[in-house]
Design a protein around this ligand. Structure first.
Ligand SMILES: Nc1ncnc2c1ncn2[C@@H]1O[C@H](COP(=O)(O)OP(=O)(O)O)[C@@H](O)[C@H]1O
Ligand SMILES: [Mg+2]
Length: 312
């Protein structure tokens, strides 16, 4: 469905000088600064996958999505989306793709939401009957009825996001790019967005690429994640594989036996075990030798795993 190979995007912008005559100097020197936003990226995404596309600020996520949608042309590399090259088959590609940028609405600010949706319908040549069916489904799924007639500029962030999601899938594209769709939303609105993604993916086999800082979104929605850093892929695989870190068992013993060789003790004198396999078995075998006063188990979570990767 999506094939990306050796994708590189270098932005060039005029080098700017400050101080007296800075503007003039900027103009006459014509020096450029280059920034490699995406650096030799390769990955493939199959039909119906929901991918978490993650990385720190400035890693190149939005740039990748803009290339996949055809908004930007890469410096080098090949991309194929449903058999099309996004930037050279821009309008054909647009019909295959729904996009939501959480930071910026795609809707017409001054129009009531329903009018924005009708405009999207006609831009994408959705036949009237199909439009009505789609709209009815989306009104239910996203709870649009309370604000369909409200101008977009008066919508709350959560309502606006639901409107944007509706507009992105109204023409039933097989692919959906969501760039920070839950940013700034409250818990309920986030939940609504997640349910929408699950439902859209299930009902239409829609492939979803999701960029988010909210790892709870990722854990709820994605089986596979692609982590990027400074424009390069640093992990691509199942979340399960990533989080397959040892569970940490911290034990306080009744007595304080001599330090057990090979077992770490923390500042409070508790014994710390990192356990991959049989946790109950391990606890039993410790307890058989030394009575246990207290124990705690720390499960690895996605957030600390990913933090660990980036700080390494
Ligand atoms: N239009 C642009 N001109 C120059 N540099 C850009 C432009 N867009 C993005 N960049 C730079 O490319 C890098 C990647 O940006 P971006 O793809 O937006 O990252 P992310 O979405 O992962 O936060 C950043 O260093 C950013 O400053
Ligand atoms: Mg971004």
């Amino acid at each position: 469905m999506i094939r990306v190979e050796g994708l590189t995007k270098v932005f060039r912008r005029p080098r700017t000088f400050s101080g007296p005559f800075g503007a003039l100097r900027t103009l006459v020197t014509r020096q450029y600064e280059e920034r490699t936003a995406v650096d030799d990226l390769s990955f493939e995404i199959g039909e119906g996958e929901v991918i978490g596309y993650l990385g720190p600020n400035g890693a190149g996520k939005s740039t990748t999505i803009k290339i996949l949608t055809g908004i930007l042309t890469p410096t080098s590399g090949t991309v194929e989306v449903n058999g099309l090259v996004p930037w050279s088959d821009r309008s054909a590609n647009a019909r295959n793709v729904g996009v939501v940028f959480g930071q910026r609405s795609q809707l017409w600010w001054d129009l009531p939401l329903i009018e924005s949706l009708r405009l999207v319908g006609s831009l994408y040549d959705v036949p009237a009957a199909r439009f009505e069916t789609s709209l009815r489904k989306l009104r239910d799924l996203l709870g649009l009825d309370d604000f369909l007639d409200t101008p977009v500029r008066q919508l709350s962030l959560g309502q606006r996001m639901r409107g944007d999601l509706a507009a992105a899938v109204l023409y039933e594209p097989p692919l959906l790019y969501l760039d920070e769709p839950t940013v700034g939303l409250d818990v309920l609105a986030k939940e609504a967005v997640r349910e929408f993604i699950v439902e859209t993916n299930r009902a239409g086999r829609t492939t979803v690429i999701l960029t988010t800082h909210d790892l709870a979104d990722v854990e709820a929605l994605c089986k596979r994640i692609i982590l990027i850093d400074r424009g390069k892929v640093i992990f691509d695989g199942a979340i399960d594989a990533l989080v397959d870190k040892p569970r940490r068992l911290v034990v306080t013993l009744e007595s304080q036996p001599e330090d057990v060789r090979g077992v770490r003790r923390d500042a409070d004198g508790r014994y710390v075990f990192d356990i991959h396999g049989d946790l109950p078995g391990m606890i039993a075998s410790i307890a058989a030798e030394h009575p246990i006063r207290d124990l705690s188990i720390e499960e690895p979570d996605l957030e600390s795993v990913i933090k660990g990767i980036y700080t390494r």
